[in-house]
Design a protein around this ligand. Sequence first.
Ligand SMILES: [Zn+2]
Length: 241
Amino acid sequence: MNSFYIVLMRFVKFLFLVFMDFLSDSSDEEKENLKGILFTPDGNGIFERLKSPYICFRCGRALSDDFGFCTDCLSRPVFFSLIYARHITVYGKKQRQFITQWKFKRNRILAIPAAEKIFRAYKENFSELAVVPVPPRKERIASAGFDCVNDMAFILKWCFRLKVLSPLIRIDSEEQKYKSFAGRTDKNRKRYALKKNSKIKQQAVVLIDDIMTTGGTLEECAALLKSAGAKEVYALTLFYA
Ligand SMILES: [Zn+2]
């Protein structure tokens, strides 16, 4: 990590503290907690790694022993196009509070510690590969004014100098509420698409997102990236549920 960027980001975090009262919708107690998230190495425990050294090779969830794969990935696999997913830690109470502070209480500054942790995990697992952020819903940007994953990608690009590609768009959004109930619950409904004339020249790319729940989003995006020319697609998220 370039020392210039470390200094720059310390400065940005410091500025946030100074103007926190104007920038944040958090309560005083939450603001106190924000300082810890910004200035302690594991972000007040939010990014603490799990103790178990074993993870499922495919989905990246923790395992109690050296089984190789979790029972989900063996009995009802989700990933076909995606080779494997990795995560910083599991989505628990602390992590949920962190996401709330970040997404809904206007603490956009939290993209910095998130991007730092993603960058470290990226270096451990995927050094040199281009990254592709999972695109947000349009209404999420409209309501919050920003998108968390996009902010992380911005920092990865301009501060950590990663190659960031954005070939994907989200296609369901406003029109969704006009569809029939049957349409909304259709699991095969497409939620993402490639932008026009998207071609991926890179051999391998890494999708990044905030939380993996079923893995369906990552798999859908991975299939699109492969159809655009990527040979290998991996994923890295902050948390998994
Ligand atoms: Zn698994």
